[in-house]
Design a binder for this molecule. Sequence first.
Ligand code: PHB
Length: 389
Amino acid sequence: MKPASILAAACLVLALGAGSAAAQGTVKIGVIAEFTGPFADYGTQIYNGMKTYIKLNGDTFGGKKVEFVVKDTTGASPELAKRLAQDAVTLDKVDILAGFGLTPNALATAPVATEAKKPMVVMNAATSVITKQSPYVVRLSHTLPQDTMPMAQWALKNGIKRAFTLVSDYGPGKDAEAQFVKTFTAGGGEIVGSVRTPLANPEFAPFIQRATDSNPQAIFVFLPPGSQTIAFIKGYEERGLKQAGIKIIATGDLTDDGVLEAMGDSTIGLITTFHYSFAHDSPENKAFIKAYAETNGTKLRPNFMAAGGYDGMAAIAEALKKTKGSTDPDALMAAFKGLKLNSPRGAIMIDPETRDIVQTVYVRRVEKVNGQLVNVEFDRFPDVKDPGK
Ligand code: PHB
């Protein structure tokens, strides 16, 4: 992309609601996320989730009207993400930074949050260490160790003793691998091999072959959802792993609700652990799904990133109510700590010590229900903290 078009994509400024409120009556949120390129659904889902919260709850909290300044990182682009965050703070005068689908973009922005003293609300990026990079980071999504530990425990309980790990070769993948190996071996399991696949354009066939050759009972997988998870499942199907009796176990990133239909029926029966399912049976989730479709149309099915955007916006709204509209960064951070919300995923809490999320992790199986592929929850691990801390 040419610099001019990056700028054009990055400078989309969007105010919700009619007319512009007086400057002192608004709170500006810089939404920095992936809106174009191979991860375009990440930013779109996050922002759709934020807008869904506004649709259901209005746009004014603690007397302040919310205004969004949206900036596109165009993918995993740490330098661009950092510059966009600096622009948001210095030129657009945002009060809060939000968004962040991908870890590299969140990690690059954390020093800007510290320097400018702006709360940074992470709505997906899930590498454990992100919250440690700035006292102004709070996370409303998940961490890979948090979703992985229950998977390793469930596998051991269900007779899996020999596993191979296959993860994407960057922060969340390395976190998932480390946690799986730790919990699985501590419980008596054996790791028969491990591979890490490149974040950009991986070719899965040789990796799947290596996994098959080491004859595991199961392959534990973390891949960022989208074209990669579609390609991986295709390879799994084509290379006859299912027929060979090799199971796939994974965090729910693999069976992302937004991508599941595109992956097709070969996903049926896959077991994953995760914090959000489109099929989660609760009044809060039903209201969320209905409002999401009314706000954003039905092209995308809301997924965990949409839930992260929705809950991140809910946390900002609750914090503003507590501070009575003050955007003082330390007052907002104090308001985030210990915050409890009834999320579409269930009850969630922000750990006051770590500013990271505490939540139920569900065990789910892909099933076809009323003609739709969904992740049906059938077991749960309540109140899971990030074990990486
Ligand atoms: C991340 O980059 O932190 C990330 C991306 C996609 C996921 C989870 C984590 O599904």
